[in-house]
Design a protein around this ligand. Structure first.
Ligand code: FAD
Length: 391
């Protein structure tokens, strides 16, 4: 069988590694091909740190060639343009076509702008390693330019960072940025007293999936570090260095970061596959795309049922990775003609850092705050690193 996996993120890489392991252990020669636009796998937990304090590339990304060197996985670097389910092939932007017997779609997600005028054009996103380094370079440039000005009002605008989106990414970035600005001011000569960080969200709660206790804790910690939190604040338009918010107010900021939401890439809907309102492929309890025998989807780009109420699982690396483990087992079972079990999501909870010394989380449903969050996060990161580099 020829299995093609699109995307070498948390879901796709895990599927490929586990499937390869099982196939070789059982002496099978089915082909596994992994396709990604990048030559590296990015460690998402390091993205907001990369954007704010210059984590070295080697800490935030892994070369896929190295990870796969001891495997029999065929890695193809290229950007997927189209999926053609009727022809059972995938077309890349450079014109190559790859046929498949089984296709795994693990293409992750993209920033969602919800048609807010100017949002895409005048803000910086933060989902990838490249976006993180772009944001960091932009911040350094803003601070350096502000240092050369003499008007405090102009300096303040230039040194204001507005983060749109009070979910995990927005809170983690705000916390990390707040910890960085003092040394960045010193390095660039920008006046620390004019630095402002604003975190805005249209909802009444920060980190709304955790509930009010986490909002209170996150607000307390971020406020202590000088982050101004604006809740129930909808962004109506984004202009160069300016946000127009509900109630006719404006906020001027030299840096606007948009982390207000995600959606799946259009490739899935464009292939005629069934998707939900966020463009995520709808799948059954075996992660098979509805109505498709040969196509699976998982991770951020799949709408995986979370319960009887019609909700779907949240987009987290831990779910994506476990779905990859499950799918490798399922595809292997199909190859050897074994029965497959359905996917049962295990609710492990989430951990959110709020700067280098604090955080909130709900591992296994238990609310925790402070250092324990960071210790657990570090442990999980180390486990993950060793799981992808183990021979
Ligand atoms: C800043 C930030 C911090 C986060 N922190 C955490 C955290 O601490 N814990 C946690 O559990 N979750 C975290 N998340 C969420 C987590 O990153 C995602 O849920 C997870 O990465 C989803 O895995 P995935 O495999 O579905 O997608 P991804 O990991 O995004 O992988 C998708 C892959 O597809 C590739 N790709 C996309 N389009 C194409 C194309 N057209 N052609 C070829 N290749 C393509 C990409 O290059 C990428 O390698 C964070 C997210 C962000 C943005």
């Amino acid at each position: 069988m020829n299995i093609v996996i699109l995307g070498a993120g948390y879901a796709g890489l895990r599927t490929a590694l586990n499937l390869d392991h099982q196939l070789r252990e059982h002496g099978k020669d089915d082909a596994v091909t992994l396709i990604d636009q990048n030559s590296y796998h990015q460690l998402i937990q390091k993205i907001h740190v990369t954007a704010t304090s210059g984590v070295h590339g080697s800490e935030a990304i892994y070369n896929l060639g190295q990870i796969l060197s001891s495997r029999q996985i065929n890695f193809v670097q290229g950007r997927v343009r189209t999926i053609a389910p009727l022809d059972r092939e995938v077309l890349l932007e450079d014109g190559r076509s790859l046929p498949y017997d089984r296709l795994v779609i693990a293409l992750g997600s993209e920033t969602a702008y919800y048609n807010v005028p100017g949002a895409r054009e005048h803000s910086l996103p933060l989902r990838t390693y490249t976006e993180a380094t772009t944001l960091r370079d932009h911040l350094v440039a803003q601070f350096s330019a502000a240092a050369a000005l003499s008007d405090p009002k102009q300096q303040r605008i230039m040194l204001t960072t507005a983060i749109v989106g009070g979910g995990c990414t927005g809170c983690e970035l705000a916390g990390e940025l707040a910890a960085w600005v003092s040394s960045l001011s010193k390095e660039t000569g920008a006046p620390r007293s004019e630095v402002r960080i604003a975190l805005l969200d249209r909802n009444k709660l920060l980190l709304k999936q955790f509930g009010p206790w986490a909002t209170r804790e996150a607000e307390r910690v971020l406020d202590q570090h000088g982050v101004s939190v604006y809740l129930s604040t909808a962004i109506e338009a984004v202009e160069p260095h300016m946000l127009r918010v509900s109630g006719g107010r404006v906020l001027r900021a030299g840096t606007i970061v948009w982390v207000a939401g995600i959606r799946a890439p259009n490739i899935i809907a464009d292939a005629g596959l069934p998707v939900n309102s966020a463009g995520r492929a709808t799948v059954d309890h075996y992660l098979r795309v509805s109505g498709q025998d040969a196509i699976f989807a998982l991770g951020d780009c799949a709408a995986i049922p979370a319960g009887a109420d019609g909700s779907v699982l949240p987009s987290t690396a831990s779910y994506a990775m476990r779905q990859g483990e499950y799918l490798a087992e399922t595809i292997f079972a199909e190859i050897v003609g074994r029965m497959t079990r359905s996917y049962e999501p295990m609710k492990l909870g989430e951990l959110v850092s709020l700067g280098p010394d604090n955080g909130v989380g709900n591992p296994l449903g238990m609310p925790i705050i402070g250092q324990p969050v960071l210790i657990l996060k570090k442990g999980i990161e180390q486990y993950y690193r060793s799981s992808i580099t183990a021979p």
